[in-house]
Structures are given as structure tokens and as C-alpha cells.
Design a protein around this ligand. Structure first.
Ligand code: MN3
Length: 205
């Protein structure tokens, strides 16, 4: 399938203003995400068998990756896939609450949307250092909120990621400095629930 490539941002660089500023998106997408893609391709050099796999397949079974390439795939492949999802999970005109099957599943799992929001925010705030907060579908079909360190994806633990939030400092430092809580609160206004819902419906089939 050739080399992995940085997908274009699915909206304009200033589309998430004022919640995420244009400069942060430029650096985050054009520099940070691009670097994960470049380093993933470098990590796969000399492994023609791995080069034919999708990024999802590589991360779904890290034990199948030769040890010499595993950390590169985990860190840079995870960095690539997590950011692809992060961009798609957001959009202008987002926010509010999910409707339909996802909205119902969130209410029956967490009690209410507000309770879910609280739990997700706690996962985002509770990740010490760099990492990600997640809403996932577990193997048994149950929704779960968790966080992961570094660029680890719950896909490697057999879950299907539905919604993710990047809480690395590079995601918010230019605008929010050390105020991660303000960034997390602002981010709820740009969650693209249509994207999250379609992931949920595809995974629940
Ligand atoms: Mn990032």
C-alpha cells in the first residue's frame, strides 16, 4: 500500500476557532502529525511485509510486529492513527449531545450525558503527562471511558475507539498554556457527534 501519508485536515485551519486556535492547528497537524507519519514510514523501512498492512492492522496486534520495529509502530503508528481520528472527531458547528443510538447507549451506560461528560473529563484531567482520553466500545459491546499514556491506542487492547481527545501539551499550550481544564471544557463545543455516532453504529453491527 506504499508509504503512509498525512491526510488533509477535514476543515479549514481556522474552523475550530475560538476553541482551538488556527496556529495550534497548523503546528499540530502540519508538524506534529506529519512527524508521526514520517517516523512511522522510517520505522517500517526494511519490513516489506509490514508495509502492506493498514495502520489499524499494525496496531491491532502489536505482538505480531518484530521487536525491532514494535516501539516505532506503537509510538509513531499510534501517533498517526490517533491524530487522524482526533481531527475527524471534531468539526465546526459541533458540540451539543449525541442523538439516536449513541445518545441512548451513553445514557444507559453512564446514567446521563452529563455524567458521561464528567467521567470523560476526569479521564482527560487524570492522565498524568502526555496521552489521550477515550470513549470506546469494549469487546462485549459495552461503552467505556478510559485514558492511555503516550500514543497508545485502545485498538491494541481489542477495543474500538469512538471518540478521543489529545491531552498532550502540544494540543493546547499556545492558547491555554498550562490550563488543560480550560482546553477540555472548550473542546466539548467542537465534538463532531455525527462522526462519533457513525463509528458507534459501524462497530455495533
Ligand atoms: Mn497531538
Amino acid at each position: 500500500m506504499g508509504k503512509h501519508e498525512l491526510p488533509p485536515l477535514p476543515y479549514a485551519y481556522d474552523a475550530l476557532e475560538p476553541y482551538i486556535d488556527e496556529q495550534t492547528i497548523h503546528v499540530h497537524h502540519g508538524k506534529h502529525h506529519q512527524t508521526y507519519v514520517n517516523n512511522l514510514n522510517a520505522a517500517l523501512e526494511g519490513y516489506p511485509d509490514l508495509q502492506t498492512k493498514t495502520i489499524e492492522d499494525l496496531l491491532r496486534d502489536l505482538s505480531a510486529i518484530p521487536e525491532s520495529a514494535r516501539a516505532g509502530v506503537r509510538n509513531h503508528g499510534g501517533g498517526h492513527l490517533n491524530h487522524v481520528m482526533f481531527w475527524q472527531n471534531m468539526g465546526p458547528g459541533g458540540g451539543g449531545e449525541p442523538q439516536g443510538k449513541l445518545g441512548d447507549a451513553i445514557k444507559s451506560t453512564f446514567g446521563s450525558f452529563e455524567a458521561f461528560k464528567e467521567q470523560f473529563t476526569k479521564a482527560a484531567m487524570g492522565r498524568f503527562g502526555s496521552g489521550w482520553a477515550w470513549l470506546c466500545l469494549e469487546k462485549g459491546g459495552k461503552l467505556a471511558v478510559l485514558n492511555t499514556p503516550n500514543q497508545d491506542t485502545p485498538l491494541s487492547d481489542g477495543m474500538v475507539p469512538l471518540l478521543t481527545l489529545d491531552v498532550w501539551e502540544h494540543a493546547y499550550y499556545l492558547k491555554y498554556q498550562n490550563r488543560r481544564a480550560d482546553f477540555v471544557e472548550a473542546w466539548w463545543n467542537i465534538v463532531n457527534w455525527d462522526d462519533v455516532s457513525s463509528r458507534f453504529e459501524a462497530a455495533s453491527k
